[in-house]
Design a protein. Structure first.
Length: 576
């Protein structure tokens, strides 16, 4: 009997029953789906918690939560009305001091905020340029600046100026218009690859500096993991001593940064902690050769083995080591981990290396290279827009238009200096670092107060105060008063010297050691006098700029005040 033959009332009941059954089925399926989604959510939390606990350990995890809570509570404290107004006043006062120091201390200079009505004559320009070059500044020519100016000599400057003038309007984005620049850029990359023992199919690109090279390495690793492993929440494991550019890459590209503290006495990354932090979202391991704060080289061979074991890219930051690291052995110095394969592409786990040609390659500022083990890794950093209305667009790195003049300057520098020149420079620079290191370890005044941080093998040496009564940042301020520009480091507090060629000439290093001895002796005498006065003299003593800044930074659990100070500094840079 068909359903149409049933009484109307029965048919209605059957339809209602069928609809109810269908709804129950849908409801049942929705409940299953909801339970699956909830289970996946819980599984995700458990998974993340597992890797967090494995990476940090139980005590380490408690420490992380404690510091996060401490930071949060302190930030709430700073936001209280009475406290916030006091902080704002302090920031405003500090900003005014910065403005006076950076802008107001050049009373004899002219200020220009609008275009001149009439074009200046060449003589007017030369006069103004001469006045600008004579502005009050630290005398880097006398070797009084740590790093910053990687000067290869006046003859090399003349060669660079000539090369840059010839290609001043060139732009590598138009390779067909400027074929010579394309040729020079390719040759710069090829020469640097050969210095780092690159395999046959290795590749690279030039960039505007070490930061961009590091950004490109991180971007390549992120894109590779996204394309090949479907990683959507990328993470990288970075030593605490690695360059801040890795943090910038994390912020720019949405990569979570796992920071691994590098303890004394080596101040290099502990491999066991790196291993524990590796998880399925890890896209990159990092090592420095050497690191910026202390000049020490991480255990790249062991990190390379980890990278191979877990099939994760390994980036070696050799921006600071640049042309010194490959020349150490040829210059007669021990090369780190030479018996284990070294630090470069000889190690099979190393997939990328950043190298600054504008540091110890003595090229004009604005030059660096990012090197890759193969072309496919380089392709992951490319940007391509095939359907742009302006035409098909592609660029190898962050910049679109680039200065061909800088590439010409880098090429000319490398050809003019040559392998022999770089080996000679390495010998001078490393010998000077050893002289400073020996003075700190052996001079009767210095060895009582200062200690070298780690065992630096290249150009950078860092030292800390081992006398608790003497603040290393007071030493920094006293050295600044004597005309020296040294670099302050933190966590732990210290000073570092990055030796450059000007520091190897004309007795500059002897003057540095002499002034350092005088400053340390004066600090020792001050401590004695303060003790005699029962601390009264110390209370009236005004702290210098470095001691104030890093003293505040080191004492605050939340760095928002320091961040505001940096914002004020950056804003001041653009005051005309």
């Amino acid at each position: 009997m068909g359903s149409s033959a049933l009484p109307v009332s029965l048919r209605s009941k059957l339809q209602k029953a069928r609809a109810l059954s269908q709804w129950q089925t849908v409801s049942y399926n929705l409940n299953i789906l909801r339970h699956i989604i909830f289970a996946l959510f819980i599984l995700g939390i458990v998974r993340r918690s597992f890797y967090f606990l494995r990476g940090h350990g139980i005590l380490g995890s408690i420490s992380v939560f404690y510091h996060a809570l401490h930071k949060r509570l302190y930030r709430i404290f700073l936001s209280l009305p009475g406290i916030r107004s006091k902080v704002d006043k302090k920031i405003a006062s500090a900003s005014k001091e910065l403005e006076e120091k950076l802008v107001g201390n050049q009373p004899d200079t002219n200020r220009y905020r609008k275009l001149p009505k009439e074009p200046w004559t060449p003589e007017q320009l030369r006069t103004e340029l001469a006045q600008l070059t004579n502005m009050k500044r630290t005398r880097w020519e006398e070797g009084k600046v740590s790093g910053a100016v990687y000067h290869g000599g006046n003859e090399l400057l003349d060669i660079q100026a000539e090369a840059m003038k010839l290609f001043s309007v060139s732009n590598p984005i138009h390779a067909d218009v400027f074929p010579a620049v394309r040729k020079m850029e390719a040759e710069v990359v090829a020469m640097v690859l050969s210095m780092f023992n690159a395999p046959e199919h290795a590749a690279g690109a030039t960039t505007s500096g070490g930061t961009e090279s590091i950004l490109m390495a991180c971007l390549s690793a992120r894109n590779k993991a996204r394309a090949e492993r479907r990683v959507t929440a990328p993470e990288m494991i970075v030593p605490s001593t690695a360059h801040a550019a890795f943090h910038k890459a994390g912020q720019y590209f949405g990569i979570k940064v796992h920071l691994v503290y590098c303890p004394e006495p080596t101040y290099t990354v502990p491999i066991a902690k790196v291993r524990r932090l590796i998880n399925p979202n890890t896209i990159l391991l990092v090592g420095s050769a050497p690191n910026y704060p202390h000049g020490n080289v991480d255990d790249i061979p062991t990190i390379s083995r980890l990278a191979l074991q877990y099939k994760i890219p390994l980036h070696v930051d050799c921006c600071l080591g640049s042309f010194l690291m490959p020349c150490l052995a040829k210059a007669g110095f021990p090369s780190p981990y030479a018996d284990e394969g070294g630090f470069d592409f000889k190690l099979p786990g190393v997939t990328s290396i950043s190298v600054d040609t504008h540091k110890y390659g003595f090229a004009p500022k604005g030059n660096s290279c990012i090197l890759y083990r193969n072309k496919s890794l380089r392709q992951y950093q490319y940007f391509i827009s095939p359907d742009w209305s302006g035409g098909v667009y592609g660029s190898p790195s962050i910049a679109g238009s680039r200065a061909g003049a800088l590439i010409a300057g880098a090429w000319a520098s490398m050809m003019a200096v040559g392998e022999k020149g770089y080996i000679d420079a390495t010998h001078k620079i490393v010998s000077t670092r050893i002289t400073i290191q020996n003075a700190i370890k052996e001079h009767p005044v210095l060895k009582e107060t200062l200690a070298v941080m780690g065992d630096p093998p290249v150009s950078v040496i860092a030292f800390e105060s081992i006398d608790k009564a003497i603040d290393i940042y007071d030493i920094a301020d006293a050295m600044s008063a004597k005309g020296w520009h040294l670099n302050s480091v933190q966590n732990p507090p210290g000073l570092h010297v990055a030796v450059t060629l000007p520091m190897t000439k004309d007795g500059a290093v002897d003057n540095l050691i002499e002034d350092l001895v005088a400053v340390v002796r004066a600090e020792q005498e001050r401590v004695v006098e303060a003790a005699k006065s029962g601390g009264a003299l110390e209370k009236t003593r005004k702290k210098g700029r470095q001691a104030q800044l890093y003293g505040v930074a080191g004492s605050l659990p939340d760095k928002s005040i320091v961040e505001r100070m940096v914002v004020a500094y950056l804003d001041t840079l653009y005051l005309a």
